[in-house]
Write a new protein. Structure first.
Length: 257
């Protein structure tokens, strides 16, 4: 009797192929199937769903993860997924995992996140996909708990008959393993950064700007990703890439001709 084919798992990120977070993610999902890595050759945080169209893309093999086929790409996280499908896998993987991002991608951050956009690109192709982020921004962060969460979520995704386009956004709090309460399915909080630009001058007197801001949570719900993370849960938010406002659509259909 012929055994089941080994699952193909595409691993990518936006912090770059040498970031500690992607190494942790590879270790987390390696027992679940054949892992192939295609990730940016340099940090691409905040790139969102950008693609490269004005310059050629480079794709080079890297030997940095023992026993794992890995490639670095000169483009964005979304470019990585597109090239992986067309030039490396010559088809679609069974699962795409992105991360583990160094820093939060909860609430409105999902719009800007290269981590989530890479996963979203795979989901657009019908591949069950998930982005993982850890609230610790340090490259010296301990990813032990993150690896447990990533392994558990990825395993359940592979073992569940998920509909095409399934996309999860998972954020993991900074918490001791003994105090961790588990994964909580949430909605995206109504929260954002109140932003400003710090204006400075260079040695020649010309102005330049640094984006700064303060995170503001306007949502008092106890079912949000921000609430879950503040209460020692990892948050899991099902995300969709259909941006249609269906409630507004119904209202407009009543009055607009």
């Amino acid at each position: 009797m012929k055994g089941k084919a080994e699952k193909i798992i595409l691993v990518t990120n936006d912090d770059g192929v040498t970031a500690p977070g992607i190494k942790a993610l590879i270790e987390a999902v390696r027992p679940l199937g054949k892992v192939v890595v295609v990730a940016p050759d340099s940090p691409q945080s905040g790139k969102g769903h950008a693609i490269t169209i004005g310059v050629p893309l480079r794709l080079d093999p890297v030997d940095i993860f023992e026993g794992i086929e890995a490639w670095q790409c000169s483009g964005t996280p979304v470019d990585c997924v597109k090239l992986a499908r067309d030039k490396i896998l010559h088809g679609l993987p069974d699962l795409c995992v992105s991360g583990i991002n160094h820093g939060a991608n909860h609430s409105i951050n999902v719009i800007y996140s290269g981590t989530m956009s890479a996963a979203m690109e795979a989901a657009i192709e019908g591949v069950p996909s998930v982005g993982f982020s850890y609230l610790d921004y340090s490259f010296e962060a301990d990813f032990s708990l993150c690896k447990e969460v990533a392994h558990s979520v990825a395993k359940q995704m592979l073992e569940t008959n998920l509909p095409g386009g399934t996309l999860f956004n998972v954020n993991i709090p900074i918490v001791a393993a003994a105090d961790f309460k588990g994964v909580k399915v949430c909605r995206q909080a109504d929260a954002k950064y109140v932003e400003t630009f710090d204006e400075r001058r260079d040695p020649r007197g010309k102005k330049y700007y640094w984006l700064t801001g303060e995170f503001t949570n306007r949502d008092n719900g106890d079912d949000t990703d921000v609430w879950a993370l503040a209460n020692q849960y990892a948050s899991l938010v099902p995300v969709q890439f259909d941006l249609t406002d269906y409630k507004m659509k119904k209202e407009l259909e009543k009055v607009w001709k």
